[in-house]
Design a protein around this ligand. Structure first.
Ligand code: GLN
Length: 487
């Protein structure tokens, strides 16, 4: 087995036992990038020089017998909406095509302090708006399991890089499903933590009340290890939760006995591919055979979650994107006659169609006369959905559902049909609306050999229970094989 095919925890062991060096790990991943990146297109920017330097530093420190973090020397790719000091952070937009942040996001500081090796910045939908990475201004990313298909989005580069062996771990961001949906479509593990548990400082905002950074990887243990690094209170983020964050990795356990699992009825209905439903039911059965208690549950308002999400997220996005005016950051139109003209031309030329669609949608929704009919109703629905979740969690520990209605679709298939594209998030947006932690795990392949994902959702700040359930499944099914077989 090649080094790039190993999990982070395996590599961490090997490093400590001197079976390989951090530089060898990095070079193996870097060679893999060289050989498959032309086909996959996961990265926008590579940071080879700093990565190599870091790997050498790690080797020197280990040789001196220094105590390093378990993930020291492990290659990690970062979604291109997370600020990296001195490394271009484009949000896959023409607007920020040449933007180099003067500071690091808190998560990046933490990763650097843990001595992880940052391989580069990963492709995404423009400003994280999309479900296929096709709205990227920079390039196309292809699904490593079928190069004619999308990797999902918006963290498509982050999921594809892991499945292609171009990174051992990656960071994504999830506003309505952008970690879990691409993880499902690329057959890897993707975790959206509880809102407030990972600092958003330095994450270029899409919808501030929903955005959350989280890890993508090959195993639940790897996810727990990275989550332990990035979580925690940060005074630079006003929504960061000030509390104790016990180490998840130390307490991972395999135990299905007595675990109370709710099957979310609304997410097994019409419109869901049979292969997806059947695969998730098989997992339910496996849990049951091993002692879990299964119960059907209902979140009646789940059917309104998508409309709620698209109104709230677009409203917040239009406000967050107001800063891109040609003055403060990034792109400025070359030709204009007046200040207003400069604003208009800059934003018309700098933003792509999907970003403009959302701004237009919400300008209408927030306009006087429509505010009560749409935005206010969406906020009411948000409350209702959250309280329905609170209610069902009185009787159960976790919820199980498919992550996405189907497997990866063809590049170009949905790009001209926004409503169909939005339907990809039908099962993921609810966790963001409720601020809940949720994870997507690979659970099967369909008849075309495309990965199918299942989703587990937990109560707020119940990451340990959630990851333990995920870890239990991983053990019961004999482990995940996330890598592409066709590259
Ligand atoms: N696909 C969803 C959207 O386009 C979710 C995006 C996200 O989570 N960043 O809004």
């Amino acid at each position: 087995m090649k080094l790039y095919e190993k999990t982070a925890s395996e590599l961490s062991e090997m490093l400590r036992r001197k079976k390989c060096s951090a530089l060898e790990i990095y070079e193996d991943v870097s060679n893999r990038i060289k050989s498959v990146e032309d086909k996959v297109g996961a990265y926008i920017t590579l940071s080879d020089e700093t990565a190599r330097k870091k790997a050498i530093e790690v080797d020197e420190a280990l040789a001196k017998g220094e105590e390093l973090h378990p993930l020291a020397g492990i290659p990690i790719g970062i979604k291109d909406n997370i600020s990296t000091k001195g490394i271009r952070t484009s949000c896959a937009s023409k607007m920020l095509e040449n933007y180099i942040p003067p500071f690091n996001a808190t998560v990046v500081e933490k990763i650097n302090n843990a001595d992880m090796v940052v391989t580069g910045k990963l492709n995404m939908d423009e400003f994280a708006m999309g479900s296929s990475t096709e709205t990227s201004y920079m390039k196309k990313t292809r699904n490593p399991h079928d190069l004619d298909r999308v990797p999902g989005g918006s963290s498509g580069g982050s999921a594809a890089a892991v499945a292609a062996g171009e990174a051992i771990l990656t960071l994504g961001s999830d506003t309505g499903g952008s970690i879990r949906q691409p993880a499902a479509l690329c057959g890897v593990v993707g975790f959206k933590p509880t809102y407030g548990s990972v600092s958003r400082y330095g994450l270029i905002a899409f919808a501030s009340s929903l955005d959350q950074i989280g890890p993508i990887g090959k195993s639940v243990k790897d996810i727990a290890m990275l989550q332990d690094i990035i979580s925690g209170y940060d005074k630079m983020d006003a929504t960061s939760k000030n509390m104790e964050y016990p180490k998840l990795t130390d307490n991972l356990t395999v135990n299905a006995k007595g675990l109370k699992i709710g099957i979310l009825k609304e997410y097994f209905g019409e419109g869901v591919d049979d292969s997806v439903k059947e695969s998730v039911y098989k997992v339910v059965k496996l849990f049951e055979e091993n002692g879990a208690e299964i119960k059907e549950i209902s979140i009646p308002s789940a059917n309104f979650a998508m409309s709620t999400y698209y109104i709230i997220s677009s409203a917040e996005a239009s406000s967050n994107l107001a800063r891109f005016d040609g003055v403060k950051y990034g792109y400025r139109a070359k030709e204009y006659d007046s200040l207003i003209d400069m604003y208009e031309n800059t934003r018309s030329e700098g933003f792509g169609d999907e970003v403009k669609r959302r701004i237009m949608l919400v300008t209408f929704v927030l306009s006087s006369g429509f505010y009560d009919a749409y935005y206010k109703k969406a906020k009411i629905m948000q409350k209702r959905i959250s309280s329905e979740f609170d209610n069902v969690f009185k009787d159960i520990d976790i919820i199980i559902s498919p992550t996405v209605v189907s497997t990866a679709f063809k590049i170009g298939e949905n790009i001209d049909n926004p409503v169909k594209m939005y339907y990809n998030d039908a099962f993921t947006v609810t966790a963001n609306i409720g601020g809940l932690p949720a994870i997507s795990l690979p659970c099967a392949k369909d008849e075309k050999n495309l990965p199918i994902g299942l989703q587990l959702i937990g109560k707020k700040f119940s990451e340990q229970t959630l990851l333990n359930a995920a870890y239990t499944y991983e053990n019961l099914c004999g482990g995940f094989n996330v890598h592409s077989q066709i590259l």
